[in-house]
Ligand binder design. Sequence first.
Ligand code: NAD
Length: 312
Amino acid sequence: MRILVTGGAGFIGSHFARIAAAERITVLDRLTYAADLANLDGVACDVVEGDICDAGLLSRVVPGHDLVVNFAAESHVDRSIEGAAEFVRTNVLGVQALMRACLDAGTPKVVHVSTDEVYGSIESGSWREDAPLRPRSPYAASKAGGDLIALADATTHGLPVVITRCGNTYGPRQYPEKIIPLFVTNLLAGRKLPLYGDGGNIREWIHVDDHCRAIQLVAERGVPGEVYHVAGSAQLTNVELTERLLAALGADWDMVERVADRKGHDRRYSLDDTKLRALGYRPRVGWEEGLAETVRWYTDNPSWWKDKTPTG
Ligand code: NAD
């Protein structure tokens, strides 16, 4: 099987390419600040440097693939608050161009990777796939826009596209602007941890390996035009997460610096993944084990992160 992995030089896309490496993989990536070709070290694949907004390039690259999995995105909420233009460009227009190219090429299956953030914030309970989209950050709004374009192509043109919406993903090779790699690398470098607001925001955490296995399952068994949730296996406030990371690295709470809250900071996300479990999905990586392995990876690989900064 030939698989096109867009955004495959980033955090989750490169892990997907690694676990799917028995297939023939092409990675298409614009190589933004968030990409690192070292993420693909040891992965047998062809790499094309290019933009999912480039229709001409897509018309040459997409044909001949049996599966296209779209990870390409601007992915950091804080950057979308600073400026949303790149987010709308890649996450909406790029998705439109990629879906069009898949339609033209007659791609048999497409998976578009999305996020729980499209639903906004939920005080209690969990969202099902038919919950209304109420994005609150420019990042989430742009992802919701891309999702709607993909779903419209499924309805209007019969594009065999399936959408996954996942919770907060962690693991090796995540750019150190997101909370877990930022806090771990700050502690390793002797820097303080900037904790937003009261730290009471709740997130569901999933290891990148479970996220990618869910995507593989949905690629095999998901029904075109449908959305599937990929829920995390641990729910923690950011204070609880910070305490775990301090303990893992033998540091004290005096390494924490409270900073002004993120604008419009969503309080809680939670997904109901009954539909995915009906396809046979079960998470494999326990939170404690996954977090310990992740902390170890950043500890052992300073050359990967030392020149990467939260501001790119
Ligand atoms: P990432 O920022 O690490 O990687 C994104 C990749 O996309 C980078 O390699 C970048 O160079 C590439 N890219 C950006 N714009 C591009 C363009 N115009 N054309 C081609 N390539 C482009 O992101 P990630 O954390 O690996 O996330 C991958 C996907 O999963 C995103 O769609 C994101 O919305 C979604 N997601 C992420 C999480 C999470 O916690 N990280 C959770 C749920 C969903």
